[in-house]
Design a protein around this ligand. Structure first.
Ligand SMILES: *Cc1c(COP(=O)(O)O)cnc(C)c1O
Length: 411
């Protein structure tokens, strides 16, 4: 381990100076692994952003216009992550534009405080939803997952679960999500209930920036630290103007006199409010100006690069990695593609008996060696190790191939 360098020698990386080893991330933009690699243009914009002060509401209002342009939503907002967007979005659905209610959260006594969710959509990010003070009402029995049947929650069941206590329907988007979002929107809207979509990891394809809004979602959450390539702790909430305004009111610092408060119209309609709430439920999920600027810069670059060019770039790196891994005895290498967005991944299959080493052991040795390599273990039970491009640095593929080769030839 390297000690922090007291002489300030900058021929080292900041992580070397801190004595923290870096990790080659062939897993995903996982939060545990610090997300991905930011483009230099994004890092430069963030650095520049730190050199001035701005009015945060004005900055978020401009972000709203730009996010609206990319998503087709009426309004948008930069959050400290998709999970923070879920918290703010839920809070907005519970309080509407009532500042007294905003001040009371997470105490939701007497308010609409239930969120209906298909049982198969439950996951631990819904802590963020529950943190607003609501109870989740699970609907349906997804027996397709048990192999005992073919059905999942159906739209009529969601309709039947909605009551006058329902603040929102939560929908976690994904290629296997059922029922279709459009059907959920139809029954929710028939009851006057908004639909909040967790689309944190649904990019690419870039078209998904618009898809859920186009399908009628009232609010959509995206992660900024995943494929968009923004700051690790950034995200997007976009959707209906009144709900985004309610979210902003519960997030931005409003420590200002009402008479003095002259908010940007792109985000706030002062005429609709009887007064201003104080610090809201979203305050612990504060966003810095540099994160907003970084997210906006990354979003532009993500859309400008486009899915095709991104796949070509990732495929080239995966082909170099596959070439580096070919010919290791008792292994097979191929490139597989995500069926919905074409993202390439190297699939390394081990003949575990012949190697005397199983796939999980390879994942562990890659992780525990130096440099540490994070591989995806989700298919180790099939003797497969997955290596993905999304969070790699250029040239990482060479080191990965060397490490795999060294481990497998040592036995
Ligand atoms: C990653 C993820 C989140 C959280 O996103 P952050 O930007 O890290 O807060 C929420 N929901 C789902 C489904 C995710 O995959």
């Amino acid at each position: 381990m390297t000690d922090a360098d007291p002489t300030g020698n900058r021929n080292t990386t900041v992580y070397e100076r801190l004595g923290v080893p870096t990790v080659i991330n062939a897993h995903t933009t996982a939060t545990r692994l610090s997300g991905g690699i930011m483009r230099p243009e994004v890092a430069d914009a963030m650095r520049e952003a730190t050199q001035w002060t701005v009015d945060m509401a004005t900055l978020e209002a401009r972000a709203s216009e730009l996010i609206a342009g990319h998503t087709g939503a009426e309004a948008g907002y930069v959050t400290s992550g998709a999970a923070a967007a879920l918290l703010l979005g839920t809070a907005a659905c519970v309080t509407g534009l009532d500042p007294a209610r905003m001040n009371r959260l997470p105490d939701t006594t007497g308010m609409k405080n239930e969120v209906v969710v298909p049982r198969s959509h439950r996951n631990f990010y819904d802590h963020a939803v529950r943190a607003a003070g609501v109870t989740l009402v699970e609907v349906g029995l997804s027996d397709r997952f048990a192999g005992a049947g073919v059905r999942d929650t159906e739209a009529w069941e969601i309709a039947a679960a909605i009551t006058d206590r329902t603040a929102a329907v939560l929908y976690v988007a994904g290629p296997d999500a059922r029922p279709p979002l459009a059907e959920v929107v139809t029954v929710a809207h028939a009851a006057g209930v908004p639909v909040l979509v967790d689309a944190a990891a649904q990019l690419p394809p870039a078209a998904n920036l618009r898809r859920f809004v186009a399908e009628g979602a009232d609010l959509v959450c995206f992660s900024g630290g995943k494929a968009i390539g923004g700051p690790q702790a950034s995200g997007i909430l976009c959707g209906r103007r009144d709900l985004v305004m309610a979210a902003a009111l519960q997030h931005l610092d409003q420590d200002i006199l009402w008479e003095q408060w002259n908010p940007p119209p792109a985000l706030f309609d002062k005429a609709r409010l009887p007064g201003l709430p104080q610090h809201g439920i979203g305050r612990p999920a504060k966003v810095g100006k540099e994160a907003i600027v970084g997210l906006l810069t990354a979003l532009d670059l993500f859309v400008a690069e486009g899915d095709d060019a991104r796949i070509v770039r990732w495929t080239a790196q995966m082909e170099r990695l596959a070439d580096g891994l070919r010919g290791i005895p008792h292994t097979a290498v191929r490139i597989v593609r995500d069926r919905r967005n074409g993202t390439p991944t190297v699939e390394l299959t081990l003949d575990e008996a012949a190697l005397g080493l199983d796939a999980l052991e390879l994942v562990r040795r890659l992780q525990d060696g130096r440099p540490s390599v994070a591989a995806n273990p989700s298919r180790v039970q099939d003797g497969i190790v997955l290596l993905a491009p999304v969070a790699l640095r250029p040239d990482d593929e060479r080191t990965i191939a060397e490490r795999v080769r060294a481990i497998l030839s040592a036995g």
